[in-house]
Write a protein that binds this ligand. Sequence first.
Ligand SMILES: NC(=O)c1ccc[n+]([C@@H]2O[C@H](COP(=O)([O-])OP(=O)(O)OC[C@H]3O[C@@H](n4cnc5c(N)ncnc54)[C@H](OP(=O)(O)O)[C@@H]3O)[C@@H](O)[C@H]2O)c1
Length: 287
Amino acid sequence: MERRLSGKKVAKRIYNEIQKEIEKNNIKPKLVILLIGKDPAAEYYVQNLEKKGSKIGIEVETIILPKTIEQKSLLSKIDELNANNEVNAIMLQKPLPSHLDESEIVMHIKPQKDVDAFHPINMGNLVLDKQGFIPATPAAVLELLSFYEVKTEGKHIVIVGRSDIVGKPLANLLLRKNKTGNATITVCHSRTKDLCFHTKQADILIVAIGKPLFITNDMINENAIVIDVGVNQIEDAEKGYRYVGDVDYENCFEKSEAVTPVPGGVGTITTAMLLKNVIIAYNLQNK
Ligand SMILES: NC(=O)c1ccc[n+]([C@@H]2O[C@H](COP(=O)([O-])OP(=O)(O)OC[C@H]3O[C@@H](n4cnc5c(N)ncnc54)[C@H](OP(=O)(O)O)[C@@H]3O)[C@@H](O)[C@H]2O)c1
């Protein structure tokens, strides 16, 4: 196996598959992104989705709403999009301003259009192993493992981070009785005692905590496979800023069997998996 688990090749394969499906079925799927207020990181992600979408045949429209938007107005905007048959998928870009009730908003998006898979129905389907959307980041991790033929069956996978969008769904997916599952899972978080003891037990270590360069080689097992989900902006003397993961890549490279880079790792695949969910949404609505 390659030492550097690049996400680029994986994403390329997924984009090719999506494009082929769009061309074969002559379809025009559409994703609408709701962006509340101005946020440079969110805008960057959204522009990337627009660019990638247009390359492969998915229309991506971004609706920018004012930061001061009231809950009621946002819910009616979602009602409008839910009812519009030309919109197959809706994505709500986070973080939301604090005056908005995120849980109510997420519940309002029609589950069949909820490509982020945050709606409780989609979360429930995931836990119960029923067909439906898989959130893009956990799906990206599974794609990466499968692309590099990393077997999960019987492996001890330690996940650091228990968020609703990464750690929790990932733990459930890796427990599934299938080719990318059947692992034994430990989930760690900020209250875990002796984190290092746990991370060192991992055959596969997956980290999603949002702490730059947190995992160093003294925290990993010889020959562990290390998957870094984190994306953190840090200061850089030359460029002003740069992005790094939650894992100190350079420091862990020699000791690990393989490690994902940041940028160019899981994040690269995440965008592709989100667009793949748009196709799933289209198919759900046009059965
Ligand atoms: N590549 C991608 O596509 C992608 C997608 C989403 C997120 N991300 C990145 O992934 C990272 C995590 O994102 P998120 O949304 O999952 O974050 P989040 O909601 O803030 O959750 C962070 C998790 O890490 C745990 N944690 C924080 N500090 C810790 C420590 N010192 N030791 C052990 N656990 C600790 C927290 O524990 P508690 O629960 O106890 O607070 C929490 O469970 C961020 O860097 C984010 O930018 C990347």
